[in-house]
Design a protein around this ligand. Structure first.
Ligand SMILES: C[S@@+](CC[C@H](N)C(=O)[O-])C[C@H]1O[C@@H](n2cnc3c(N)ncnc32)[C@H](O)[C@@H]1O
Length: 225
């Protein structure tokens, strides 16, 4: 199991890689460096991911800077001690969260696509970041393996509208289970399916639109009571 560095400089990240056939058994490695090696809003790489698996990726372009900043605000990323990102993709949102986070905070990013995961493992070098390859259904397992405290914020871009309903329900239940009381769950989606799965566990969300994004998306924010 990889552990976070005890003294995280600003731009270092901790990572995990895995072959596609072994997605169910994620493994971990740790890296240290100073800055991403490639531009993080990598539209061509993102588009290739969409072409490989449109239902899973759910969008043809990465999130805009306006959406990233709305997610940072709504999730309270700057004040959070433990943050979880579900579906980091090519890492634009991940970079925005790391930029806003305190030096002592931790970010667990869970990605299902092995190609995106491999890209993230090479692009990021920040000991505050733990990358896991696998499904968000394994959220509690990944948090436990990393010995992370209950998250203050969970941010999700995964497409609940195209996943089997039982998978969506398992992810929503896991989010509600691990989030600390008072913690926030923020989901950005074109469609409203995520609300149907999370509301039974977390109550009614705050609902907004981010129009400065391609395409415009709904942003749902829950606060766990
Ligand atoms: C719309 S993209 C968001 C990418 C990035 N966060 C952004 O905003 O630009 C959704 C991402 O969720 C990932 N994903 C889909 N289902 C997932 C699951 N069950 N667990 C983890 N990641 C998943 C996809 O592979 C994709 O990278």
């Amino acid at each position: 199991m990889a552990r976070f560095s005890q003294q995280p400089p600003h731009n270092n990240h901790s990572i995990m890689n895995e072959r596609p056939a072994a997605q169910a058994a994620a493994r971990s490695t740790t890296r240290t460096a100073t800055s991403p090696s490639k531009p993080l809003r990598d539209s061509a790489r993102f588009l290739r991911g969409f072409v490989r698996n449109p239902a899973q990726v759910g969008s043809v372009v990465p999130s805009s800077r306006w959406l990233e900043q709305r997610l940072v605000r709504n999730a309270g990323i700057a004040e959070a001690r433990t943050v979880v990102e579900l579906g980091p993709g090519t890492g634009g949102t991940t970079a925005a969260f790391l930029k806003a986070m305190s030096p002592s905070a931790r970010l667990l990013a869970i990605e299902l696509d092995p190609n995106f995961h491999e890209h993230l493992s090479q692009a990021f070098h920040d000991p505050r970041l733990a990358l896991e390859l696998g499904s968000a259904e394994r959220l509690a397992e990944f948090l436990g393996a990393r010995r992370l405290s209950p998250p203050d914020a969970i941010v999700s871009g995964i497409p609940f509208s195209t996943m089997p309903p039982e998978v969506s329900d398992r992810i929503a239940a896991a989010i509600a289970q691990v989030l600390r009381p008072g913690g926030r769950f923020v989901a950005y989606q074109v469609r409203a399916h995520v609300a149907g799965f999370a509301t039974p566990y977390l109550g009614e969300p705050q609902k907004e639109w981010e129009t400065l994004n391609v395409p415009p998306v709904r942003v749902f924010t829950w606060v766990k009571r």
